[in-house]
Design a protein around this ligand. Structure first.
Ligand SMILES: Cc1cc2nc3c(=O)[nH]c(=O)nc-3n(C[C@H](O)[C@H](O)[C@H](O)COP(=O)(O)OP(=O)(O)OC[C@H]3O[C@@H](n4cnc5c(N)ncnc54)[C@H](O)[C@@H]3O)c2cc1C
Length: 493
């Protein structure tokens, strides 16, 4: 994206800090290096840089004032929720303001009749379900980071989670958003009525990674807490067989509330960490069924049969809530568990057609040997959303670069088999080059046009999510014939 308009004279750093202090008060601005360090990265800690300052507004008027100031002086702004993002989306801009929405943490309204919750963007994902519980309701999308991540970040990343196979991603569970554009214009998009008129701006904004506007309020759908939920753990001595079992369950017309898979390395790490009682096998599937009592009983026996006919060496059904929680505990703690067995790991995220699961896992295994880097696979199998965790040691010279290249090859493999480079983690900085593989120049040009319609000077989260055509050419993912980039008529950003 183009960066700040060059004609605007930029105030000095000291001036910017003094001006922002005047807008936000001393408590609303951090600018000393020691205060800035906690914000130097998101969950993708391989990339770090300090922002010019961190703004901590408390009111929408303050957000508007910060955006207006940034817009007048051509200063980049990066919005930040809880900073749990895994693609470097909230990585600060060294010359820019990091706009934290952490103080927007109030649940504004729970409406049990309409089954909605209106919340501020800094509210934690899990806090919504906790607040809705007394009404017998919950918010379905459940990223594994749900105890920490914010709903604003979930909207910006179109986050998923275990429940999303059955209940949809964040985008399917939203009713309305309030956003501020970089010029401080306040927009309400979406509608309480089932079919909002006009273009679907709600969908456009969901997954827009802080590039189009700052989300200041979110109204989400709530669902009734199911009468019963029960989980089955199936063990396999072959990863491919587990992959085929996933396809068989869905093909049988059963949509589980969650269908997750872990491979040997992930199982061992999780078991050593939380002692979930996992067997020592090549792969396990966790399949949760929810609904009415009758429905769950019927689905449990159907799924057990399917798993057995597809080669499961052991099938266990959790018999009570404690056992169900224990089965899930290992899966939910898998990322930190892998963090205990390797100095560093790099979490990839791509989606593939479920039918290619077994083949892709086999090819990831081959790449693992080629790059001499171990991989632990733990993922949303039902969605075809892979999370290969590449284990590496950043202290070994060149190992991070090898890991990044390996990660890039996995994403390209996802595209090759008809999938996508993002499952649920967004593009951010991490996957920006693979956007050149996923999209053609004209498609990227359309993305730039949409960005320009909301943010003509390219001040919101510059350098993220949508690559310039030059970047694609440099990455080698665009054919440059005799030194001529394709589509010379298009503006080069
Ligand atoms: C252990 C672990 C497990 C995870 N599991 C999952 C998972 O199962 N599913 C999943 O989808 N993700 C998962 N994630 C990734 C991450 O939690 C999600 O992407 C989450 O939505 C990020 O929310 P956040 O509040 O931390 O956003 P941040 O990291 O702060 O920001 C993410 C992006 O959103 C933008 N943004 C944040 N707030 C706003 C706002 N108010 N307005 C405009 N833009 C904004 C930022 O600019 C940035 O581009 C996991 C992360 C970790 C660390």
């Amino acid at each position: 994206m183009s960066t700040a308009a060059s004609t605007v004279e930029r105030p000095s750093r000291a001036r910017i800090i003094a001006d922002l202090q005047a807008l936000l008060g001393d408590a609303g601005l951090l600018h000393l290096p020691e205060d800035l360090h906690p914000y130097e990265c998101d969950g993708l800690s391989a990339y770090r840089q300090l922002p010019l300052a961190v703004a901590l507004p408390e009111t929408v008027e303050q957000v508007r004032a910060v955006l207006g100031y940034a817009s007048r002086h051509a200063i980049p702004v990066v919005a930040r929720g809880a900073g749990t993002g895994l693609s470097g989306g909230a990585l600060p801009h060294t010359e820019g303001i990091l706009l934290s929405l952490a103080k927007f943490n109030r649940i504004l309204d729970i409406d049990p009749r309409n089954r909605t919750a209106r919340v501020q963007p800094g509210v934690r994902n899990l806090a919504i379900s906790e607040a809705a519980k007394p009404y017998g309701l919950y918010y379905a999308p459940d990223p594994s980071s749900q105890i920490a991540c914010s709903i604003g970040g979930n909207v910006a990343e179109n986050s998923g989670g275990v429940h999303c196979l059955k209940y949809g991603l964040t985008v399917h569970n939203l009713v309305e958003l309030e956003i501020l554009t970089i010029d401080g214009e306040r927009l309400r998009i979406g509608n309480a009525a089932p079919d909002a008129p006009g273009y679907d701006l709600l969908a456009l904004m969901t997954g827009s990674e802080g590039m189009l506007g700052v989300i200041t309020e979110v109204t989400v759908k709530l669902l009734p807490i199911p009468e019963r939920a029960q989980v089955i753990l199936a063990a396999f001595d072959d990863v491919a067989r587990a992959g085929h079992a996933v396809g068989a369950i869905i093909a049988a017309g059963i949509i589980p509330a969650g269908l997750e898979m872990m491979d040997r390395l992930a199982i061992r790490a999780a078991e050593d960490f939380v002692h979930a009682g996992y067997p020592e096998v090549e792969a396990i599937l966790l399949c949760e069924l929810d609904g009415t009592n009758e429905e769950v009983s019927e689905h449990i026996s159907q799924v057990r049969r399917l798993l057995q006919t597809h080669g499961a060496v052991e099938v266990r059904t959790a018999t009570d809530e404690a056992e169900r929680a224990r089965f899930w505990q290992g899966r939910k703690a898998a990322f930190p568990a892998v963090g205990r067995i390797s100095p560093d790991y790099y979490c990839m995220d791509g989606t593939i057609p479920r039918s290619r699961l077994a083949e892709v896992l086999t090819r990831i295994g081959e790449l693992s040997r080629e790059y001499d880097l171990a991989v632990a696979n733990v993922f949303h199998a039902g969605d075809g959303n892979l999370h290969p965790l590449i284990l590496y040691d950043a202290n070994n010279p060149g190992e991070l670069e090898r890991t990044e290249e390996f990660g890039g090859r996995i994403l390209e493999l996802c595209v090759e088999v008809g999938g996508t480079i993002t499952g649920e983690h967004g593009v951010g900085m991490e996957k920006i080059d693979q956007m050149c593989v996923q999209f053609r120049p004209l498609e990227l040009a359309q993305f730039h046009a949409i960005k320009a319609a909301f943010d003509p000077a390219g001040l919101l989260n510059p350098g993220k999510a949508v690559p310039t055509l030059h970047r694609c050419a440099e990455f080698g993912a665009m054919h440059v014939h005799q030194g001529q980039l394709p589509h010379p008529e298009l503006e080069r950003f």
